[in-house]
Design a protein around this ligand. Structure first.
Ligand code: ATP
Length: 587
C-alpha cells in the first residue's frame, strides 16, 4: 500500500474536528489496506511503529530534521529555518519546499507503508558513533522520494507532532466498522486493547482471523494491561450502597502505582502511563525476583518512600527523586521504598482479570513472601459505618491518603482501563473544600507582573473530554506556587510552548492566554468550589445553557502528576459528578 494514500487521508482528518468524519475517513483507509499492511498503517497513524509501552524514540532533534530537509531539497538550513518561521511548522515548510523542487525532478520512487515503517524503525534503532549522520541520511532518503504532502507527515511523525486530534477510541470505532460492519463490536476491540495496549496487533488479528478471535484475546506477559481505576465518593452511605453492604477496605498508599510483570528471572515494571520504568526501581525488581513465588505473574502495587529508622511512610513528593535515568544507585539508598501489593492479574500462564477480587487476592497472598519492604496492602472486611470510620482513621494515621473500598461480589473482576464503581476511593480531602483535588492539564500561560516578572503569572488549566477528545478550560490558576515551583514549572512548560492554539483545545475568546502550551503537563489543583461559569468551556451547555463549570479559587497543591498523561487528567464527566455531589451536600 502506498504511503500517499495514507497521507491523503491524514490531511483530511487533520482539518476536521468532527469525530464521525474522522471515523469515516479511517474506515475508507482501512478498507483499502491489505491485511499484511494493517499493523504498519496503525503504527503510522499513531506516529510510531511500536505500541506506546515500548520505549521507542526517533532520537532526532529539530536541527537534525532541518539538515535532512536541506539534504533532500538542496536548500541551506537557514532557508529552511526561515520557511519554518513563516509556516509555523516544519512539516508544512518541508512540504512547500519539496513542492518547488519536485517541479524539476522526474524520478522518484513511490513510498510504500512497509518501507516507511522499516525506515522509521531503522532511524529509531540507529545509535552510537556516527548515528547522527546515519539518521539524517535515512530521513533525507525518505524525503527525496516523498511527495510534498507525504513530507509533511513524515516530518511530523519524526518530531512527534502528528496534530491529528484523534483518539484511539476513534481508531477502534473505525476498525469495528471497516472489518465487522458493525460499530457495536467496538467494546470487543476495546477490551483486547485494554489488556494488551497494542492496537496494531489487535487490528492484525481482527483482519486476519475475525472478531471471534479478538474476543478470545488473552492477557500476555510483558504486554502492559491498562490499569483499573476507582470512582470517588465522600458519602459513606453511597459506598455501602454501591458495594452492596459488605466490602473490603484497603489502605490507599500515597506513592506510585506499579504494574509488575515477572517472567522467570526477568522483571518488567510499568508505570501508570504504561511506560516501562524497570530501570528506576532495581530494588523493587530484586524484591520481586526473590519474594514472589511464581514462574510468571502480573501483579500490581503501590511503591512508597519510607524512613528506614522509623519505618514511617514518606509523602509522594519524595518518591519523585527516583524519577531519573542516571545515578539510580545513589537515589536508591537516599530514598528507600516499600512495595504494597494489592492485585494479581495473571499467574503461571493463567489470566486472572476475569476472576473476582477475593480470588485474586487469595492467589496473591499465596505467592508473596512478605518482608519488611514488600508487603500486602493492609485490608479489612467492612460491614458497618463505624468500622469504616475506624479503618479510615487508622489509614490516615499510618501516613496513607485514605482508603480504597473494593467490591467482593461475584462481578468484582479487574476492569482493565475502566473507572468503575467496583473500586471507590475515600480520601482525607473529601472532608474539606471541593470533594477532591482535580488533575488538570496546562493549556496556556499568562505572563507575570511584579514579583513574577520573567515567570508565568498564572496558568490556564483544562479537563479532558474523552468523547470529543478535547481539552476544555476549567480555571485560571495563579496561587499555591512557591518560587521553586515557578522555576520548575517554567522550565518544564517551556518545552511545550507552541505558537498557535493546539487543535484539541477548546476555550472562549475571553480566556486566550499569552502563551499556548501543548496539553501535556498535568497538575494537581484544589479549589474552594465548582461553580457555573460564563467563561470556561468544561461542561459547556450541559448543566445550564451558555454556562460551563469552573473551579473557584484554584490552588496548586505542589504536585506535578507526571505519572499521568494529559488524557488521564480528570475528565469532564468527573467534574460534572463532583459539581452534582457538591449540590447534594448543600441540599
Ligand atoms: P488519585 O489522584 O486519587 O491517586 P488516580 O486518578 O491517580 O487517583 P485512581 O485509580 O482514581 O487513580 O485512584 C487509585 C490510585 O490509588 C491507584 O492508581 C493507586 O496508585 C493508588 N492506590 C493506593 N493504594 C491502593 C490500593 N490499596 N488499591 C488500589 N489502588 C491504590
Amino acid at each position: 500500500m502506498k504511503y500517499q494514500v495514507l497521507a491523503g487521508k491524514l490531511s483530511k482528518i487533520e482539518v476536521t474536528s468532527k469525530r464521525t468524519e474522522m471515523t469515516n475517513h479511517l474506515v475508507e483507509l482501512f478498507k483499502a489496506t491489505p491485511p499484511d499492511h494493517i499493523r504498519d498503517v496503525i503504527g503510522l497513524i499513531r506516529g510510531s511503529p511500536y505500541p506506546d509501552y515500548e520505549d521507542f524514540q526517533y532520537g532526532m532533534a529539530e536541527k537534525m530534521v532541518i539538515k535532512s530537509i536541506a539534504n533532500a531539497t538542496g536548500l541551506t538550513t537557514n532557508q529552511i529555518v526561515e520557511k519554518m518561521k513563516e509556516k509555523g511548522d516544519l512539516g508544512k515548510a518541508a512540504e512547500e519546499e519539496l513542492a518547488i523542487k519536485k517541479q524539476t525532478t522526474l524520478f522518484t520512487k513511490l513510498l510504500d507503508v512497509k518501507y516507511m515503517s522499516e525506515t522509521l524503525d531503522k532511524i529509531g534503532r540507529t545509535s552510537g558513533k556516527g548515528s547522527v549522520d546515519t539518521k539524517i541520511k535515512l530521513l533525507a532518503g525518505l524525503l527525496t522520494n516523498a511527495s510534498p504532502l507525504e513530507a509533511r507527515y513524515i516530518i511530523r511523525t519524526i518530531l512527534g507532532q502528528m496534530r491529528l486530534g484523534m483518539a484511539d477510541m476513534t481508531i477502534m470505532d473505525a476498525l469495528a466498522i471497516a472489518y465487522t460492519d458493525n460499530a457495536t463490536n467496538r467494546p470487543i476491540i476495546e477490551r483486547a486493547f485494554n489488556i494488551s495496549s497494542d492496537l496494531g496487533l489487535i487490528a492484525e488479528r481482527l483482519v486476519k482471523e475475525g472478531i471471534e478471535s479478538v474476543k478470545d484475546f488473552k492477557v500476555t506477559i510483558r504486554h502492559p494491561i491498562r490499569m483499573m481505576m476507582a470512582q470517588r465518593s465522600g458519602e459513606k452511605e453511597e459506598i455501602f450502597a454501591k458495594l452492596k453492604g459488605t466490602f473490603i477496605a484497603e489502605f490507599k498508599y500515597d506513592g506510585e502505582r506499579l504494574q509488575i510483570h515477572k517472567d522467570g528471572e526477568t522483571v518488567l515494571i510499568f508505570s501508570r502511563r504504561l511506560e516501562e520504568i524497570s530501570e528506576q526501581y532495581p530494588d523493587v525488581c530484586e524484591m520481586v525476583r526473590a519474594q514472589i513465588r511464581a514462574n510468571n505473574a502480573i501483579i500490581e502495587g503501590e511503591v512508597v518512600a519510607y524512613n528506614v529508622e522509623t519505618g514511617e511512610l514518606r509523602p509522594f513528593q519524595e518518591l519523585m527523586h527516583r524519577r531519573r535515568k542516571y545515578g539510580i544507585k545513589k537515589t536508591m539508598k537516599a530514598i528507600p521504598v516499600n512495595l504494597f501489593l494489592f492485585d494479581l492479574l495473571y499467574l503461571d500462564n493463567k489470566d486472572f482479570t476475569n476472576k473476582n477480587y477475593p480470588l485474586r487476592r487469595k492467589a496473591l497472598e499465596k505467592i508473596v513472601n512478605e518482608t519488611e519492604q514488600l508487603r500486602l496492602a493492609v485490608q479489612k472486611e467492612i460491614t458497618s459505618e463505624d468500622e469504616l470510620e475506624e479503618f479510615f482513621e487508622s489509614a490516615v494515621e499510618k501516613g496513607c491518603e485514605g482508603i480504597m473500598a473494593k467490591s467482593i461480589q461475584e462481578e468484582s473482576i479487574y476492569q482493565a482501563g475502566a473507572r468503575g464503581w467496583l473500586w471507590i476511593k475515600f480520601k482525607r480531602d473529601y472532608k474539606s473544600e471541593v470533594a477532591d483535588t482535580i488533575d488538570a492539564v496546562v493549556i496556556g500561560a499568562y505572563v507575570g507582573y511584579g514579583a513574577r516578572t520573567g515567570f508565568y503569572g498564572s496558568l490556564l488549566m483544562a479537563c479532558y473530554d474523552p468523547i470529543e477528545n478535547q481539552f476544555k478550560s476549567v480555571c485560571r490558576m495563579g496561587s499555591g506556587f512557591t518560587d521553586e515551583h515557578l522555576e520548575t514549572l517554567q522550565k518544564l512548560l517551556d518545552q511545550y510552548r507552541v505558537s498557535k492554539k493546539p487543535p484539541r483545545v477548546i476555550i472562549k475568546n475571553s480566556t486566550v492566554p499569552d502563551i499556548w502550551i501543548k496539553p501535556t503537563i498535568v497538575l494537581e489543583v484544589q479549589a474552594a468550589e465548582l461553580t457555573l461559569s460564563p467563561v470556561h468551556t468544561c461542561a459547556l451547555d450541559m448543566i445550564r445553557k451558555g454556562s460551563g463549570l469552573a473551579m473557584r479559587f484554584p490552588r496548586f497543591t505542589g504536585r506535578i502528576r507526571d505519572d499521568k498523561t494529559a488524557e488521564q487528567a480528570t475528565s469532564q464527566q468527573e467534574i460534572i459528578d463532583l459539581f452534582k455531589g457538591q449540590l447534594k451536600k448543600i441540599e
